[in-house]
Ligand binder design. Structure first.
Ligand code: NAD
Length: 272
């Protein structure tokens, strides 16, 4: 059994992860952490997740419980994840990170930590989304510069970053195939007099509304036809199941930075 801690235990993903762990034969929830001051501190993590008491109380210090787990699953906010990376590095704990919106400095910290501990970091843990990445890669390779590429994403009203990490990864996958660079070729939303579209650009459009779990479409639009590849997440459980698969994978690693291609065994087939 691999002992697992969940940070952001009372969040949307945290509760889903704890519910998924309750049904896992290979992973065991041994610690649950939230930010200090939250009313849920001290509550039973399983009860809060709606799966019945599990005997793990939510605490407000990852450092204090760092000897209780092998792998931390972290779906919180970027600033909290960056601190948790430092703690896990110091305490030699393995990590699965789902938090999106990390800035360059935080990503660099994560990469540096991966020299000492194994980390799976993915903008989307859904297996279906990772298949979508591969389909987009194939389409971009075949269609090349004959089409315009636009990426649309929709999420619930509580999401704090845009475009979604998954949309950015989709853009990176396509850009890599087309020899483009999102730093110079991405266009985020359009308004006013924009001029004609340039072929090199890759457009990103974000919708925030209601309780949409997560939808991504990459459109390849040419003369007289277009292809749209769409993934729709219908519940958070698909992310949680992927994260648990990643936790089992990372438990067997010594150090290094991995993503879902490694977890799903797609790395050898990857052209990126
Ligand atoms: P949420 O706001 O419901 O939950 C985040 C939780 O983190 C909150 O409960 C918050 O109190 C807690 N938190 C904040 N600071 C903390 C700290 N210092 N220590 C411990 N807990 C802390 O958000 P969510 O919808 O669950 O999403 C969380 C993150 O996961 C976001 O970045 C989101 O984009 C990302 N996400 C990634 C995937 C993926 O597959 N990679 C899927 C869904 C969501």
């Amino acid at each position: 059994m691999v002992n697992v801690a969940v940070t952001g235990a009372s969040g949307r993903m945290g509760r889903t992860l704890i519910a998924a762990l309750a049904n896992s034969g290979a992973l065991n929830l041994t610690a649950a952490v939230e930010r200090p001051g939250l009313a849920e501190i001290g509550a039973d993590a399983g009860e809060l997740a709606g799966v019945g008491a599990c005997g793990v109380r939510i605490t407000d210090s990852l450092d204090a419980v760092s000897s209780d787990f092998d792998v931390l699953i972290d779906f919180t906010i970027a600033d909290a994840t960056a601190v948790n990376v430092d703690i896990c590095r110091r305490r030699s704990r393995k990590m699965v990170i789902g938090t999106t919106g990390l800035n360059q400095e935080q990503l660099a910290r994560l990469e540096a930590a991966a020299a000492d501990i194994p980390i799976v970091h993915a903008s989307n843990f859904s297996v279906g989304v990772n298949v979508t990445f591969r389909l987009a890669e194939i389409a971009a390779r075949i269609l090349g510069d004959s089409v315009d590429v636009e990426i649309m994403e929709a999420h619930h009203r509580h999401k704090v970053d845009a475009p979604s990490g998954t949309a950015v990864t989709l853009g990176q996958v396509v850009a890599r195939q087309l020899g483009r660079d999102l730093a110079t070729d991405a266009v985020y939303g359009r308004e006013g007099f924009t001029g004609e579209r340039e072929r090199r650009t890759i457009g990103f459009n974000s919708i925030r509304a209601g309780d949409i779990v997560g939808e991504h479409t990459v459109m390849f639009a040419g003369e007289g036809e277009r292809i749209e590849i769409t993934h729709r997440a219908q519940s958070r459980m698909n992310f949680a199941m992927g994260a648990l698969r990643a936790a089992e994978f990372v438990a067997g690693c010594d150090h290094g930075l991995f993503d879902m291609r490694d977890v799903l065994g797609l790395r050898d087939e990857s052209h990126g």
